[in-house]
Design a protein around this ligand. Sequence first.
Ligand code: 2RA
Length: 352
Amino acid sequence: PGPTVAIVGATGAVGSVMIDILNNREQVPWGDIRLIASARSAGKKITVRGAEHTVVELSPEAFDGVDIAMFDVPDELSARWAPVAVDRGAIAVDNSGAFRLDPEVPLVVPEVNAAKVHERPKGIIANPNCTTLSMMTALGALHSEFGLRELVVSSYQAASGSGQEGIDRLQEEIAAVAGKHVGERSGDVAEALAAAGLLAEQTPFKAPLAMNVVPWCGSRKDDGWTSEELKVRNESRKILGIPELKVSATCVRVPVVTTHSLAVHAVFEREVSVEQAHQLFDSASSIVLQDESRGEVFPTPAGVVGEDPTYVGRVRQALDFPNTLEFFVCGDNLRKGAALNTYEIAETLVQG
Ligand code: 2RA
């Protein structure tokens, strides 16, 4: 039989997508599949590839016999339990932020730096943050051809980046404003939410998200930056292997349930052309280029949700900046942005 794989956090938002990915793969290399979650979800039955599995409680023993443990849990749980899984003989593939910048932990996007899976002195491999990941296959393809030097990014991030809590809040907010004539006066959206019992102190977002955009994702860092913006900078440098890459990001939450989008301004060492960029995107198996009719056909998050590839459109040569491309990418933040990339890292390990 093949190796045993475990999903830690199997009943969460990303864990559920992971099970969907397992169910929809034509073939899987796994001998056994183990579902692990908190005590609250232990005992739950979930069918994976036609066989019923009982969710087991997270414990050291849960990792016995596991070859690869994929973690889809918050940072503090990964920080505590990934080393336990490694002690019990597993390789941990971690989707949290706990290890991403650890120099002894590779940060892997298989299309860009698959070979790094073999350099894992701690037995842990990290999966990037979904915002960085949503543009990485496109940037990796361009970097290998033209040499990336500078990156300026604005994100349009979906509510599900804040987990189930974020999804629920956005749906409730939309229900609270639907059919009301609001959005024409300052504060009237917030008033409509308050009237529906949606209190400002109970939202994961810094401001109303329905009928709005919120220029804040993640937690506060020094000098006015957010954690999300620094992740884009630090993780892009590490994945692409360009420690000095100049990066500046502004991360914005938008009223979209799932699929992050990014507007990218990428400066290269060498001359670039839209035609060459199109060819590179076209020949990358995990990228779908939607850039027909002189840019009037383009990807949007609503058209990309549930899709595995990264969608790229609006590719333009910057008018006032040499060697520079502008483009727009959309990637499902729960699939390639989280579960799918983690799964592909595990597959890469099995393929040797
Ligand atoms: C967000 N990137 O969208 C984060 C989730 N990891 O909030």
